[in-house]
Ligand binder design. Structure first.
Ligand code: HEC
Length: 116
């Protein structure tokens, strides 16, 4: 009876240490929730049109908190405002730093103005 109890305790310890190892492995490999969001296509070139430079710079700061900087030609000018609204929700969800109203406007301006 005593032996059986010891066996149970030992196997429990073995099992739980295995379990811990697995968790450790997952955490190392996963790279966190925002680790690998794929952004299609090429990266946008350095913006030189003075109308869009501040939006481009702000987008570089804001968007790359989570993934590569998307090229404006990935969406039409009518789609971009909705995409960016969705990104604002992601920023809130993940507690990333939110651009202020003026900065957001300049980002939208950059994407809408350079879209297909
Ligand atoms: C807080 C993290 C976060 C930030 C900051 C962020 N995104 Fe995203 N983005 C995501 C996530 C998560 C996805 C994948 C899910 C989805 O498409 O909503 C994504 C996907 C995308 C996609 C691909 C899907 C599609 O609709 O084409 C584009 C384009 C995109 N983001 C644009 C942007 C732009 C532009 C910015 C900067 C203004 C930005 N994102 C900032 C989290 C973020």
């Amino acid at each position: 009876m005593k032996q059986k109890l010891i066996f149970v305790v030992v196997s429990f310890l073995l099992l739980s240490s295995c379990d811990n190892n697995n968790h450790g492995g997952n955490m190392m490999g996963g790279g966190g929730m925002m680790g690998n969001i794929e952004i299609r296509g090429e990266r946008p070139p350095q913006e030189t049109n003075s109308q869009y430079v501040s939006g481009y710079q702000q987008a570089k700061i804001t968007c790359t908190q989570c993934h590569a900087l998307p090229h404006p030609n990935q969406h039409t000018s009518s789609e971009w405002p909705n995409v960016i609204t969705r990104m604002e929700n992601h920023i809130r969800t993940y507690g990333k730093s939110m651009p202020d109203k003026t900065e957001l406007k300049s980002i939208i301006n950059y994407y809408v103005g350079n879209a297909n």
